[in-house]
Design a protein. Sequence first.
Length: 289
Amino acid sequence: MMNLSNHFVFCSRRIYRVASEICITSITAACGFAVVGTRAAAFALVLGALFSVRAFGTPFSGTPIAVPGTFEAENFDLGGEGIAYHDNVPGNAGGQYRLNEDVDIILSSDSLGGGYVVNNFETGEWLAYTINVAASAQYNIELRASSALSTSAFHIEVDGQNVTGTVGVPKTGNWNNFRWVGKTAVPLAAGQHVLKIVADQQYFNLNSIRVTVAPFSAPSTPYSGTPIAVPGSFEAENFDLGGEGVAYHDNVPGNAGGQYRLNEDVDIILSADSLGGGYVVNNFETGEW
C-alpha cells in the first residue's frame, strides 16, 4: 500500500483518520489519489476548503443579540468581508469605530443618538448579525434609516431566506433625518439565527435595527360603527378603528398634521380641496396603508 507519511491524500470532503494521517476520500468510485504536499500544507488547504463551504461570523459582543430588542447597525458580526459583511470598496471611508473593517462608519447625527451610523449603503452591500430569538412569534423588523433619495431600498434575510421582500426607504429630507422603516409580522422561530440586511438600491444610512413582537392582529371596526355603504363616497380620514397594524400603518408615530383624530398616528391636515371634505390624509409614505 502507498506510504502516506508526511503527506495527505486529497480526493473529496469526507475526512477519515488513517493511522496518523488524514485522508480525504472520494464520494465517487473512481477518484484516484493525488498527493498535495506536506502534512501541514495539506491540513491548511483542507481546512480552508471545508470552512469556505459555509462560513459564519461570530457575534460582535461575544454573545448573540437578544431578540426582541434594538441593536446598533455598526455592531455587525466579526468575521470580515464575505462572512460578516460585504462592502463594495475596501477600507472604512468614514474613519470611525471599527477601523480594521471595510464598512463605512461615521458619527451619528440621529436625534435618537446611537453613537455611530453605517454610511452610504450601496447596492449589493450587506451586514450580518447573529441573533437569538426568545420565542417563536411574528415580529416587526425596522431599520432606523435616512436617505436624501426616493429610490433607496433593502431587504432582510434570516438564515439566507428573504423574509421581507424589497422595502423602500422613503426620502427623509436629508442624510441627517432618520426614521423607522421596515416590515410587519415577519415570522421568526425561537433560537439562534443570522439576520442579514441587504441593500437592493443605494444609497441610505443606517443607525440601528429594532425587532419587536407584532401585536395580535384583531379585526378592525368601522369608524362610524357601521360599514361604509358602497357604491358611495367617503372621507379618507374616516379609516377603521383598531390602531397601528390593524386599521392603518404609519411609518412615524404621532399625528404630524395635528388635526381630527389626534390619538392616531395618521397625519391629518385641514383640506384645501375645492370640493371640500374637511380634512386630508397628508404625506402618504412608502409602505403606509
